[in-house]
Design a protein around this ligand. Sequence first.
Ligand code: ATP
Length: 704
Amino acid sequence: MTDQTTLQQEIAAEQRHLDRVYARLAELRRSAARAERDGYRLARVGNFGALVERDAMVFHAARRRHALDAEHEGLVFGRLDLRDSSVLHVGRLGVRGADAETLVVDWRAPAAAAFYRATAQQPLGVVRRRMIQSADERVTRIEDDLLDPAAAPPGMRVVGDGALLATLAKATGRGMRDIVATIQREQDEAIRSPGSGVTVVSGGPGTGKTAVALHRAAYLLYSDRSRFAGGGVLVVGPSAVFVEYIASVLPSLGENAATLRSLGSLFPGFTATRTDPTAVAAVKGSLRMRRVLERATRDAVPDSPAELRLLYRGELLRLTRAELDAVRTRALPPGARRNEVRRAGFDGIFAALYAQARRLRIGSLPDQRSFEDELAERTDFRDFLKAWWPRLHPWHVLRWLTDPQRLRSYAGGILSAAEIRLLVEAYRTLDADGPTIADIALLDELDALLGKPVRPARRRRDPFQLAGGVRELSTHAERQRAAREAARERPEDYREYAHVVVDEAQDVSPMQWRMLGRRGRLASWTVVGDPAQTAWTGDPAELNRARDKALGRRRRHEFTLSTNYRNPAEIFAVAAETIREVHPELVLPRAVRSTGVAPVRRTVPAADLADATVEATTALLAEVEGTVGVITPVPRRDEVAGWLAGLTDARLQVVTSLQAKGMEYDGVVLVAPGEIRADSESGVRTLYVALSRATQRLTTIDPR
Ligand SMILES: Nc1ncnc2c1ncn2[C@@H]1O[C@H](COP(=O)(O)OP(=O)(O)OP(=O)(O)O)[C@@H](O)[C@H]1O
């Protein structure tokens, strides 16, 4: 226990520094505002060069001001006292004084690395590391680690007792929080790994993989802004619920140049949130689906004209279904994309009709070119062509799979009879329910197979663009919006990302890896996941193949995280016991925190499940300060949400065991864990995920 006077004196010393920083910040804000004004004045000179310069000045000033505003709260959170007696303050943003002296070092800068990496075994020149907490420009708390006692100057004071654990015990807000102030050494190494190649981060539940991935995105954007902000950073998570959970972290890290997407929203125009049963997802995710879809893209369009009949100069020209099919097949050699070779199909029709007209010895038959021109003028003929070989959208072709006969003919010899039955059943409801998350990768594959219909590129008009390519930035609000929308300005199916971050990578299917690979051909990658949490029950070798293909031959940098920061030891013990049943050899992370409260396990008569769930949820809402997640087997989600409809607490969320991936709640009520376990071969792993979501309390309720 630190004596109060010492503590107050140390806090006062930090407050003096903080006051200096905020005073300087106010000055910088004023000068940014001045730069903007001067920029506008420059424009009055009127020539093009001045406009460009004005644009750059205004834009940079606006960005700087935006950053100063966004990072205001908790700006300084660390201090290093080094062996050479120098002192560094570490914060969310770099700040220099009027004489260019460093007041705050940006957390992403190389000089700040020691703040995260120094340990008593390897102090890296750090004598004392101090964490500083503040609120509204007031220092509220400090915590020290004395890393190199032998080098401590006389009179150096050390206060506090562990900021990390204090942070971990705090209630979870609705979204994930940034961890800049408490990043741990092994995490920091992954965050600062080189921006090239593939960084693979693995580790058990709660080890901070998601936190690392997001901080890495912010780090890369800082360390090589022109490369990563220019090309863009894509962050992909498993579900919409998850993406919503992490969405606020990057802005809190001062980054809005990243695009966040779920696997269900990567294909333009669709946002899928439905999941398939595990066995169906395994079929839809298999690489064999590519061959099934390829067959579909070569088939006749449903309800297209069975034959072509044309009256030409008094004679009937006729192409039968078999002849039409032959023309289509010839025009679609292996590898050809249907939307791109439409012209070849039309040429085939012209050629077949002209040959027939010649055979019929039609009087005054013109040359083939004039014959084609004549036909092309006729509405009935044009209508036929459009119906016979329309431009196909991937969604059209996916819908063909709802016809069991077609599906069987495409999948025959590729999928097993049992797999085909599963798909027939699954696609029965496609029209009514829309695509599932797994279907989105199939749409993307179909898009690649069909090729782009030749259509004029439609770029959204940039509202800030003036003639001559100069960006017009007018009001402050518009400038802020422009900065936020910079990421979103990319076309919807943009594919040239400089970096792709894949979270919960263990659940990305082979077909989904193909979808990601198409967006990261030019990218370096960060891939984070935990194989023990996967719900994938398909062929593991196929999965590895698809993943390796997407990531290419880029150099791999591998990191393993070993501490569970989320779960108290009491809760993680239950999760660990479950996963050990199937993977006894697994090295599990160590949970660092303890609450002294054991999880509650209840078994109730099936008829009482609803009441017991309401009761347990109500109790947890009263017990914890933050969020409560009710996790259900997939088929029970709506039923359980119905039971809880009376509890109108914004802290409550009802999710399926699959939506729970990556999520975190202070209290968790797990409904029918036995059903989750029995769901499929991967049931135990999914249950392991569900059991490791809580930061404070866990109640499981099994119906008898
Ligand atoms: N260094 C840290 N300081 C403070 N909190 C941390 C730290 N590292 C991780 N956490 C917290 O631990 C929790 C778990 O982190 P995160 O969700 O990133 O883990 P994960 O490895 O992705 O977990 P899972 O695989 O179970 O989804 C989060 O609340 C995160 O903020």
